[in-house]
Write a protein that binds this ligand. Sequence first.
Ligand code: 5GP
Length: 254
Amino acid sequence: MKLVIAFALLFSLLAASSSTAEKFDFFYLVQQWPGSFCDTRQGCCFPDTGKPAAGFGIHGLWPNYAKCRSGQQGLALARAMLGDGGAFLSAATVGRRGKCWPEYCDEGNPLRPWEIRDLVASLDRDWPTLSCKSGRSLEFWSYEWKKHGTCSNLAQHDYFERALALKAEHDLAAVLAGAGIVPSDTDTYALSSVSDAIARGTGFTANLECNRDADGEVQLFQVYQCVDREGKELIDCPLAMRSKCTDQVKLPVF
Ligand code: 5GP
């Protein structure tokens, strides 16, 4: 009996690691405030298309689990069930699931630029890189596709088109401005007023991430809106995130 259960467990682990449809629970649409990316000690660079507009820019559309999955726990359980016979099981068998999100799901499926050629103008506007690594946003999009998009169960064109469509639904900077939260290098805002403004302005709760400027001041950096598994509709965020935000945050000028 123990052997039967052990093999059933082994097969389910192998099936989980080889199945093509990723079983995540929701997406995060992550948008970054450029002022908060650029005023850190690291600084930023503008892409070869020029200085982006003073609005939120897409960072990525990330498949996420509603509950973190522990690869190590799964591995330990499998080994316990298999006894000596489980010694060959490596972390690679289940390691991809030992996280709160899937990533790098298909290394053999790099971004093919011609698949998204009709979206490039919109992507340049709404998903620009601010990293000093290359200045080419295409590299940023390729990285996001490779790490997150390959786990989305979406074709390349759909993945980028849906991220753009979701962003277009709500202009987060305008939503915040409607609540009196406007970029300023001096003012601070109650974090709760930022969350409330986004919940009221978009109809759904979101998670917030903060970072620190070069002087150590805490500022709103990224907004994580939650999206259904199809990448089509906003939903309330099913779980809170650990956050470096404090009760009062800045929204620096860009
Ligand atoms: P992720 O947070 O998706 O795991 O990683 C983001 C990667 O994209 C990092 O390697 C980062 O250097 C690169 N990158 C390129 N442009 C940007 C940008 O504008 N914002 C952020 N956050 N990362 C960028």
